[in-house]
Design a protein around this ligand. Structure first.
Ligand SMILES: Cc1ncc(COP(=O)(O)O)c(C=O)c1O
Length: 447
């Protein structure tokens, strides 16, 4: 019963959501349980995992369109053993092209916080697309979801939707530059692949890199010095607020104060933290309000939706520039976001993610301790945690072994709990990672 524990924790004390908007517990659990058996015909008959890799390499220049899903990114080596392509993802379970089932701790790079194929989300999406996904006009859902976001996210008076996290944060920077009439941006974090934030790399004009200055994380002196150097050219300070740990309050409050005194815009990238640390992201957690913020990932539980939002005067600068995308307001992802917001209206989804994440981290720490393995530790925050290894080759071997024991763990970056990580999933994670740590220890002692 994947969602039993969430519902058992009880609904929020506040006003219950209208009945029509409440996620249906029985639908969620029944459909998730049904979904766990895969129709054998869904499994491609003639191709094993290795064939899919070869075929992918032949037609996709980098092997996978999402960088973190390339074989080398998944396991640390192009020739690593381990699944690369899936045919089904339901709840916390993934079935690969060979029909093997795994418990997924990565939850699609954190884009899913409820569970894969969550039935209320799926039903909302199916209803939306059955009514026509796009037309000459904007979907009414764009207004509805924007209003709902303004009701739950501190900085949000106005919202503009896009599709990817990279687009939303690039739009925030464009708006900030338009609002201030200035160019220079001080940045700390990962913001996706677009030019404005790329370190000098092939295909990015040097002039573009020159107007974005990087500062180290949680370093007050470096930030003060960068702001002072930027002077009247500073358009924005753009911060990914959580990088493996929470930042010091001093750094974040200094960023707020420096942006204000410099006449610049403070932007938070809440792509990972939104709908996870808190519904309203890090800003709700820390009680520091940026001028603009970008949200995405868990906001639509795996459907493509992102948004830039913030102070009405700053957001209105969007009218003086050009930010637009043909499918920005298509109905399916907005419907998914509506269903996600219904879940958050019903109970403390983010509180559950912290609790489930703490259980996961505890299970993995116990497994490391009982295997008596050194050189690996659990880091990060409970809702976004990671394994840190002393050696890439050990990490690679562990990831292969974990997959062989039915658990998918993220290499070098975050694992993300979801509501769908129920007791069964937790037991499978505990057993799978324990077996993998023990195997690794034995292999190493035989070397
Ligand atoms: C903090 C942050 N910002 C932006 C992005 C880019 O989002 P997307 O990959 O949806 O473009 C990511 C992606 O992982 C992210 O973690």
């Amino acid at each position: 019963m994947p969602f039993r524990r969430f519902f058992d924790r009880g609904a929020k004390g506040a006003e219950p959501a209208p009945a029509a908007e409440q996620p249906d517990e029985s639908i969620a659990d029944e459909a998730m349980d049904e979904g766990e058996s895969l129709d054998a015909e869904a499994i491609p008959a003639e191709h094993d995992e290795a064939d899919w890799r070869t075929r992918a390499a032949a037609v996709l220049p980098t092997g996978a369109s999402t960088g973190s899903k390339r074989v080398a990114a998944l396991y640390g080596d192009e020739n690593a053993l381990g699944p690369t392509h899936f045919v089904q993802a339901v709840g916390s379970r993934v079935v690969d092209v060979d029909g093997n089932e795994y418990v997924d701790c990565t939850m699609a790079l954190g884009s899913v916080a409820l569970g894969y194929a969550e039935p209320n989300v799926t039903r909302a999406v199916v209803d939306a697309i059955a009514a026509g996904n796009v037309s000459a006009l904007s979907s009414y859902r764009e207004v509805d979801i924007a209003e709902r976001l303004c009701g739950v996210i501190s900085c949000a008076d106005k919202v503009q939707f896009l599709k990817t996290g990279a687009e939303a944060i690039a739009a925030a920077v464009r708006i900030a530059r338009t609002y201030t009439g200035r160019e220079l941006v001080i940045a700390c974090g990962y913001f996706g692949w677009l030019d404005w934030c790329a370190d000098e790399t092939a295909g990015v004009p040097q002039g573009t890199c020159a107007v974005t200055r990087r500062v180290p994380y949680d370093d007050v002196a470096a930030l003060e010095s960068a702001v002072s150097d930027a002077g009247q050219r500073l358009a924005a300070i753009v911060i990914e607020p959580v990088i493996e740990r929470l930042p010091s309050k001093e750094w974040i409050e200094r960023a707020r104060a420096l942006a204000t005194s410099a006449g610049a815009v403070l932007i938070f990238d809440e792509i990972k933290t939104g709908f996870r640390l808190r519904l309203g992201g890090y800003q709700a957690y820390a009680d520091v309000v940026p001028d603009l913020a970008a949200f995405g990932k868990a906001m639509a539980n795996g459907f493509p939706l992102s948004a830039v939002m913030g102070d009405r005067d700053v957001m209105d600068a969007a009218r003086k520039t050009w930010i637009s995308s043909t499918l920005a307001s298509e109905a399916s992802a907005l419907a998914a976001a509506g269903a996600v917001l219904d879940w958050h209206d019903t109970g403390d989804v983010c509180g559950s993610l912290w609790t489930i994440g703490a259980e996961m981290c505890g299970a993995v720490r116990d497994a490391i301790a009982s295997a008596a393995l050194s050189g690996v530790s659990v880091e990060g925050l409970d809702p976004m945690w990671m394994l840190r290894w002393d050696s890439p080759s050990r990490e690679r071997r562990f990831l292969e072994l974990a997959a062989s024991h039915g658990v998918l763990i993220k290499r070098g970056a975050y694992n993300y709990p979801a509501l769908a990580h129920d007791e069964d999933a937790m037991r499978a994670i505990e057993a799978g990672v324990s077996a993998a740590f023990v195997d690794l220890r034995e292999e190493e002692s035989n070397q």
